[in-house]
Structure formats: C-alpha cells, structure tokens
Design a protein around this ligand. Structure first.
Ligand code: KG4
Ligand code: ZN
Length: 355
C-alpha cells in the first residue's frame, strides 16, 4: 500500500489531500479563492499567490488531521510542478520541498494535466480500460486531446489553437454579466434557454483534432451587443464586461443555451473523429468543463466507445487527482530532485518527465 500527501496550488485553489494506492481518498481539502477573485471577474496572479501563502500550512494540517495520519504514515509527498501561475506554483512547491526535507520522504513533482486525467481513478466504481484510451482535458487553461498508450505515456494529437474551453465559458459569462466562474453560471442559465435561438459557429481548424473558440466568443459578442449605428437602447447588466453594452431585447438564457450547444458540438466532433481514427477503447473526459452535463451527455450519445469522467466534485482543481497521478509515477520509480523548478508551461507529451 502506498499513501501519498499531495499539494496543489497551480491556480486559485489551495488544496491538499491524502490518497492511498491512487484510488482511495483519505482526505481532500480545498480552500477556494473564488470569492476573492469574483470581484475582478478572473484570477489575479498576485492575489492568488498571497492567498496560497496564507492558507497552505492550515490546509495541509487539515488534510493530515482529517485522514488521522502522521507523517510517518506517508510514503511520499507530491506537488503540482506545472503548468500554472508561477507565483502560485512556487508556494506549493516550496512547502512540499520543506516537508520532504524535514521528513526525509521522497518528493514527486506532478504535471497538473496528468492530475486531471487521473481524477477518473478516484471514482469508487472506476474500472480502467485497456490502453490506448483517448483523453479529453477541458479546463480553464487547457483543452487537449491526447492518446494515452500506457500509464504516463501520452501522444498529443490536438487541442485548442486559441482559447481553452473553460476560458470561453468564463469570457462569455463575463460578457453576459453572469457570476464568475462562467462555466457553472452558463450551464445554469442555459437550462431555461432555447438552443436554436442563435446559430453560433462551430469553427473548423486546419488540424484534424484541433479546436478554436475565439471566433465563437466574437460571434456571441456581435449577437448580443449594441452595434455603434444600431440606435438600440442599452440594457444595463451588472457585472458585464466594461465597454460592452448589451441589446435590451436579448434573453440571456437563450444566448447561454445556444453558446453551450455550439461549444460542446465542437468538442464532441473532434473527439468523435479522434476516437475512431485512433481506435481507442474508451474516452476519458476530465478538467473543470467535464462537470458540464450537456458535454457528458453528448459524448455518451455520439461516441461508439465508452465515455468516462470524474465524480463531479473532482472535475475542478483539487489535490486528490495529483495524489492519484503521483501513485502511478511513484510505482514506476519516479522521484524528483529536491531542487526541481516550477514549469509554468508544460505540455503533456510522450517525454513528459524526460527533461
Ligand atoms: O480544471 P479547473 O478547475 O481549472 C483549470 O485547471 O483551469 O477548470 C476551471 C474551469 C473554469 O473555466 C470554469 O468555468 C469551468 O472549468 N467549469 C465549467 C463547469 N464547471 C466549471 N464549464 C462548463 N460547465 C461547468 N459545469
Ligand atoms: Zn485544472
């Protein structure tokens, strides 16, 4: 049995968890900074790193207490090494290094995107499929399609060429004056909207399995905002993006539903093509946007292979997923030197731990 303490501070959640054998969560603590960033409509890097520094020690202590464990019960310490905001990453990394030094436990720097993939292993009923499987990671910072050929072995076959899927949700949410983060707010608003009100574009890209969402965002902006010569009355929407005036006759739920329809169509069509071309045995969906019910339902309905996703509570950032990914790294003999550095940009690819 291996028991790993994992720490995650790559963006706006200060998180610590204890995970056994990559499958069982002994504790999972998340201190969210959403309230702190909501006033800016997005994550403010300096504010994020300061908040991490203030809470990290209490969050780790709470993870140990909740699991009823001492440091002597642990086999290793894992921490998100990247990608992410460098100031935020460093808070977690330095804390983990200090702990490793003090306890003599081995240390593992983990790729955040690999963490998202392994969040699936934390569903109590998850039974993994034979490789290769296709993984679609859709979060606030990333949208990637990777063929996973073995534990820790990835081939990147596509991804976004501009905005990430979650970023598109967040930007459109801001445009419509919905609360931050935009993803859950748009999903909620869309429930009472009509998907066919607007026919927003499903962008085609040169790469067979790539996505593009910036044109979609522009199309939404054009559809809902007042054109300079339009002579329409502006609608005042609290919190809407500065400089944007929404038409007074739009129904926000209809815009949200039509936008969500277009975005999920684009994700599903590339994923469907990739799953067929690469003859994978299953599709693993992960990342914050994997919480979206429409995306889940469409993938299940339109793909001919099984589709799996994490429990709802583990779609957005958490440390358990880092502990799950670390388990498979640990088992494969991977260890990080005590002087490893944060990697703000770090693509998940075949040689993810080679350099
Ligand atoms: O994985 P995550 O917590 O952070 C990153 O690694 O980026 O993902 C956060 C993103 C945000 O953009 C948020 O709007 C989006 O996930 N999100 C959703 C939903 N819940 C969170 N997007 C669509 N539908 C949701 N239900
Ligand atoms: Zn994430």
């Amino acid at each position: 049995m291996t028991t790993i303490l994992a720490i995650e501070t790559s963006c706006d959640e200060t998180a610590a968890a204890i995970v056994t054998d990559g499958r069982t969560i002994a504790s999972n603590i998340i201190a969210s900074q959403i309230d702190l960033h909501a006033q800016y409509g997005g994550v403010f890097p300096e504010v994020a790193s300061r908040a991490h520094a203030e809470t990290i020690s209490a969050v780790v202590a709470q993870a140990m207490t909740q699991a009823d464990m001492e440091y002597t019960d642990l086999d290793a310490i894992a921490v998100t090494q990247g990608p992410g905001l460098v100031g935020s990453l460093l808070v977690g990394i330095n804390f983990a290094k200090g702990l490793a030094l003090a306890t003599g436990l081995p240390l593992l720097g983990i790729n955040h995107l690999e963490g998202h993939i392994y969040s699936l292993w934390l569903a109590p009923d998850f039974a993994d499929f034979e490789f290769p499987v296709l993984t679609l990671i859709v979060s606030g910072g990333h949208s990637e399609l990777l063929v996973m050929r073995a534990h820790g072995v990835y081939q990147r076959i596509g991804g976004t060429i501009d905005d990430a899927a979650g970023e598109a949700f967040d930007k459109v949410g801001r445009l419509l004056g919905l609360p931050f983060p935009g993803g859950p707010a748009i999903e909620k608003a869309a429930k009472s909207g009509a998907t066919e009100t607007y026919n927003f574009p499903r962008a085609k890209t040169d790469g067979a399995y790539d996505f593009s969402f910036s044109g979609l965002k522009t199309a939404v902006l054009r559809a809902v905002s007042i054109q300079p010569s339009g002579g329409r009355r502006a609608r005042r929407v609290r919190g809407a993006e500065k400089g944007t005036q929404l038409r007074d006759d739009i129904n926000i739920s209809d815009v949200a539903a039509s936008f969500q329809e277009a975005l999920t169509d684009a994700l599903v069509s590339s994923t469907e093509r990739a799953a067929r071309d690469y003859k994978v045995n299953a599709v693993y969906l992960s990342g914050g946007v994997s919480a979206n019910a429409l995306l889940r339902a469409k993938l299940r309905a339109q793909l001919s292979v099984p589709v799996r996703y994490p429990p709802l509570t583990l779609c957005t950032d958490n440390a358990s997923m880092i502990g799950a990914a670390a388990h498979f790294r640990f088992r494969a003999g991977h260890r990080s030197p005590l002087d490893f550095e944060a990697r703000a940009s770090w693509r998940l690819s075949e040689d993810v731990y080679a350099d």
